[in-house]
Write a protein that binds this ligand. Sequence first.
Ligand SMILES: [Zn+2]
Length: 413
Amino acid sequence: MALQQQRGSPTTRSSVGSVTTLSNLLRMLYSRAGDYPRGQPHLDAESFSPNTPEGACPRCHGLGWIHEVTEASMVPEPSKTIRERAIAAWPTAWGGQNLRDILISLGIDVDTPWRNLPKEVRNWILFTDEQPQVPVYPGWSHDEIQRAIRRKVEPAYMGTFSSAKRHVTHSYATTQSAMMKKRAARFMIGRACPVCHGKRLRPEALSVRFEGLDIAEMGRLPMARFSKIFAPYAEAKAGKLKALRKTHPEKALVVERIAGDLCRRLSVLLDLGLGYLTLERSTPTLSPGELQRLRLATQVVSNLFGVVYVMDEPSAGLHPADTEALLRALDGLKAVGNSLFVVEHEMDVVRRADWIVDVGPAAGEHGGEILYSGPIEGLRSVEASETRRHLFAEGAACRAGCVHRRGGFGWKG
Ligand SMILES: [Zn+2]
């Protein structure tokens, strides 16, 4: 199993909580042991996920933000008249001319500055869902058109009106052209959803609380803080838990079990120096090192055995103080019967290997030769090895230059 540094297919919906499965546990906890408002029916765990139809906020469909069109976004220069293309959001070429001609037929003054038109007229032009069909006489004034209609003069064609909002949202949703989509997006403003306030869940789910927090607020806490909330429940010490045992013994059992599982997973994450991350943090925003350690932590608690794990510089980006925790995590994987193959430059990590493969002797085209393969002590006598000097020099740090040289080694289970 390769614990990659690279991001998989980048979906913003993949988060720290989903990769570590902590979000699943939290949903179960809220569903089965959360505090519901009086009279509210019980919700299943699915209803606490913004990625399900049961859980998603109905206004923003679980995105947490919405695209909106406003008068200011569609008419950036209100001193212009409609004829001068005040409605910037309308199509540029014939489509725009068509819509302006339709407005003339409808009797709207296209030569008055936009901002001087009555508010109802402006709102109708921008936001109406109506699509009246009107006779179009291109180039004619409103009066001429009225006369033509009375005399039953055949129009050039019948045109269908479409408000600016309708045009923008329709072309955004349906166009196959990236350019058209980009143009439509220019007239839309993104803002936090007014219903869920960016929390992505439907109001019923957000009304359920644990320790006074809704599940979205919980997901915004750094994991270190999060762990402090659950530790007393996991250790069966929380006063609340004792009270709960008397009133709702089954619920108390659920909380204790889930909190125990949460804390077991959290302790590995905290050990690996990831306690500052929140569950809602999307994984495409993590550094490669963070992502690899996140995957490593998930594996440590997976109870898999007989697996060969392949890792590229698991110490990358790790604070030296956290290296010992990384080694403990790696040892933990080994102890349950797995093998680890690690590419590494950090000598404190290299030193812990059972078997070392030194590739050298230098960087790039000067490397690529297997200088040594065997138990770590054997490298001591390999003259050509640059690694040897760093590895066996007491307290010597790896020089910057060695970043370009690759040495592979492994732990054997
Ligand atoms: Zn919403």
